[in-house]
Design a binder for this molecule. Structure first.
Ligand code: HEC
Length: 143
């Protein structure tokens, strides 16, 4: 009973503040360009940098060589196909057009229809997110 008595009193008071918060969030998203979303997806969701960025001997990323390719230093316990190097992504790999790269991020298929070996994950990004990742990677200086 207390909840029902409480809600009508407080809900109208908070509703305008909530609506304002939503409006601010929507506006922030609108000014956020694709590259910034792509950076977020690469660095904090897909974690591409974990494998594709080289590190110094202490294990820290070498920021000047961000996403320029790195050795894979872990191996599976059971025999399986496995790649020991994650290639450069900065500037986009040369054998992809931007459209092919967007398709790769949605299907896991290279331009020739093959798939990379593990530990490269077979991502299934949405179209807009794949385009944002491609835009961000394209904006990075290739080595
Ligand atoms: C767990 C490690 C790992 C993560 C995380 C990872 N990759 Fe990879 N990636 C690899 C490895 C290793 C290869 C090489 C595969 C091979 O040689 O077959 C690769 C290959 C690729 C290729 C090259 C495919 C080709 O044509 O040969 C692209 C493009 C790529 N990754 C993009 C990405 C992107 C974009 C992300 C993040 C959204 C990402 N990778 C995250 C390890 C990783």
């Amino acid at each position: 009973m207390f909840r029902f008595a409480f809600a009508p009193t407080f809900a109208p008071a908070f509703a305008p503040a909530f609506a304002l918060t939503l409006a601010a969030a929507t506006a922030a998203h609108a000014v956020d360009d694709g590259q910034e979303r792509g950076r977020y997806l690469v660095e904090q969701v897909g974690m591409c940098s974990d494998c594709h960025s080289p590190r110094d001997p202490t294990g820290a990323f070498i920021r000047s060589k961000w996403l320029t390719g790195a050795p894979i230093v872990v191996a599976p316990k059971a025999p399986m196909p496995w790649a020991d190097y994650a290639p450069a992504l900065a500037g986009l790999p040369g054998h992809y057009t931007e459209a092919q790269f967007v398709n790769f991020l949605q299907t896991g298929l290279r331009p020739d229809g093959s798939q990379p070996n593990p530990p490269m994950p077979p991502y299934r990004f949405s179209g807009p997110d794949a385009a944002a990742v491609a835009a961000y990677l394209k904006s990075l200086r290739a080595e």
